[in-house]
Design a protein around this ligand. Structure first.
Ligand code: AMP
Length: 215
């Protein structure tokens, strides 16, 4: 079981890459953006609180996003839950829920404090982060992609102004998280300026090495 965190500014393609990796390596893909959008769609109390914040491109509070991630991580089909009397992975051996080969987290952490929270959540599940992948795309290219995306995306937070704000936030708040992981030696930066397939090949190469070292 390998646990990966993927980073990228809006327009870097982190969601697309996370999905491709999840399919290729049979990883569970947890996107905090998707979890939040689902809450908004269902108009749950958390979703109602998150909606206006997300529409402006700001970060929602940890009191909203952390419980959602915690719940997703603890779901029986994802990672073992130490509170379960029977290890869910035993159930899987008996043909019950599918056990993924790993887990890829997309959209979290976005602050150093969230990085510490994630470590705590993983340690409770007797897991640890094996690799942090940052997709690096120059700002000019991000802006070019944003023009395209704003024209076709149905997302309320995909207007040009809001996406620019989200890139600024990424630079201010998320870059320190990358420094945090760089210091711990977990960070791998991948050039994401080219085509989706090129970036994907680079990430796959990195992950194969990580998996080999873990064997
Ligand atoms: P994403 O799909 O990752 O681009 O996230 C979309 C939006 O969801 C972000 O602009 C934030 O408003 C919110 N969001 C997602 N993940 C987080 C997080 N870890 N912390 C705070 N807000 C988040």
């Amino acid at each position: 079981m390998i646990n990966i965190v993927i980073f990228g500014a809006p327009g870097a393609g982190k969601g697309t890459q996370a999905q491709l990796l999840a399919e290729k390596f049979d990883f569970l893909h947890i996107s905090t953006g998707d979890l939040l959008r689902q809450e908004v769609r269902l108009a749950t109390p958390l979703g109602l609180r998150a909606q206006a914040i997300m529409n402006c491109g700001d970060l929602v509070g940890d009191d909203i996003v952390v419980p959602l991630l915690d719940r997703a991580l603890r779901q029986r089909s994802t990672l073992p839950n130490p509170d379960d009397a029977v290890d869910p992975w035993d159930r899987e051996l008996k043909g019950e829920p599918h056990r993924p080969e790993g887990c890829i987290i997309d959209g979290f952490p976005r602050t150093v404090s969230q990085a510490q929270t994630l470590e705590f959540m993983f340690s409770r599940l007797q897991r640890k982060i094996d690799c942090v992948v940052a997709i690096d795309v120059p700002r000019d290219e991000l802006v070019r992609r944003i023009h395209e995306r704003a024209a076709i995306s149905g997302r309320a937070d995909d207007t040009e102004d809001v996406i620019r704000h989200r890139i600024d936030l990424y630079d201010q708040q998320t870059q320190p998280v990358l420094d945090y992981y760089r210091v711990s030696g977990m960070l791998v930066t991948v050039d994401g300026s080219g085509e989706i397939a090129e970036t994907n090949a680079r990430i796959c190469q990195t992950l194969k090495l990580v998996m080999k070292n873990k064997e």
